[in-house]
Design a protein around this ligand. Structure first.
Ligand SMILES: NC(=O)c1ccc[n+]([C@@H]2O[C@H](COP(=O)([O-])OP(=O)(O)OC[C@H]3O[C@@H](n4cnc5c(N)ncnc54)[C@H](O)[C@@H]3O)[C@@H](O)[C@H]2O)c1
Length: 252
């Protein structure tokens, strides 16, 4: 899955699945732009990239802010264009519809759905102009099945899958492939934040592990591997596809 000579943009590339993706892309030879909102995490990535000799420009900003995408484009243009966009930034909240306030619903959709939409609006024209490109949306198995007390999250990730399919149809003839990865529960700082909020984190982790046929959480690198496949020419005949990497959760 070589990404040599490719310029890749990844959102939320400073933590969890995004960081594992950025590390994989760097090893595969990509030059990169990362957009993420947490300044200390961004500083840590700049330092890691410097130490390892990776070419990674980091933009501190929010995927819901069109101005942040302008800065991403400026950095990408310095690298000579954009070949890959990974819309990874996102988060989940717990709750049924009745337990979810409208403001929390809207904030979640702004990041998980509108953020990806704005990213595509910014980057895909560059891909169309060069006649090639790959968009990879990080959705979730929660977008494919119902899960208890995850109403807003399930709906937002189903929207990401809908966006993926619609864009695959619209942009195939322009050389742009659009695919998604649907991870199962993955060990990441995001997961740790959720676990910290429950009464018995150890029992909760056991429950989440038990939902997946492989009886464990995914390592972020196992999700990044699927992102890398869809980002690279190894998946040159895939568009509108969803690669589910959920330890078998959705087939049980
Ligand atoms: N961890 C899981 O179990 C799991 C499962 C399925 C899908 N996912 C999805 O994978 C993606 C990454 O999740 P993770 O577990 O690695 O999370 P994480 O919390 O470890 O990392 C999220 C990253 O996104 C960034 N981010 C969040 N909101 C942002 C915003 N509005 N603008 C810019 N950056 C923003 C954060 O700064 C961070 O770098 C998310 O879309 C999540 O929904 C995660």
């Amino acid at each position: 899955m070589s990404l040599k000579h490719k310029v890749c943009v990844t959102t939320g590339g400073t933590s969890g699945i995004g960081l594992a993706t950025v590390r994989l892309f760097a090893v595969e030879g990509a030059r990169q732009v990362v957009l993420a909102k947490d300044k200390p995490e961004c500083d840590a990535l700049v330092q890691e990239a410097g130490t390892r000799g990776w070419q990674v420009a980091v933009v501190v900003g929010d995927v819901t802010d069109p101005g942040a995408w302008d800065r991403v484009l400026e950095e990408a243009d310095l690298l000579g264009g954009v070949d890959v966009l990974v819309n990874n930034a996102g988060y989940g909240i717990q709750g049924t519809v009745l337990e979810t306030g409208p403001a929390d619903w809207e904030a979640l959709f702004a990041t998980n759905v509108t953020g990806a939409f704005l990213g595509c609006r910014a980057i895909v024209p560059r891909m169309i102009a060069q006649g090639s490109g790959a968009v990879v949306n990080v959705a979730s198995v929660a977008g494919q099945i119902g899960m208890p007390r995850r109403a807003a999250y399930c709906a937002s990730k189903a929207a990401v899958l809908g966006l993926t399919r619609a864009m695959a149809v619209d942009h195939a003839s322009e050389g742009v492939r659009v695919n998604a990865v649907a991870p199962g529960t993955t060990d990441s700082p995001y997961f740790s934040k959720i676990a910290a909020d429950v009464a018995d984190p150890v029992e909760y982790r056991r429950y989440l592990e038990g939902r997946q046929l492989l009886n464990r959480l995914a390592d972020a690198s196992e999700i990044a591997a699927a992102v890398g496949f869809l980002a690279s020419d190894a998946s040159s005949f895939a568009t509108g596809s969803v690669v589910t990497v959920d330890g078998g959760m959705s087939v049980a």
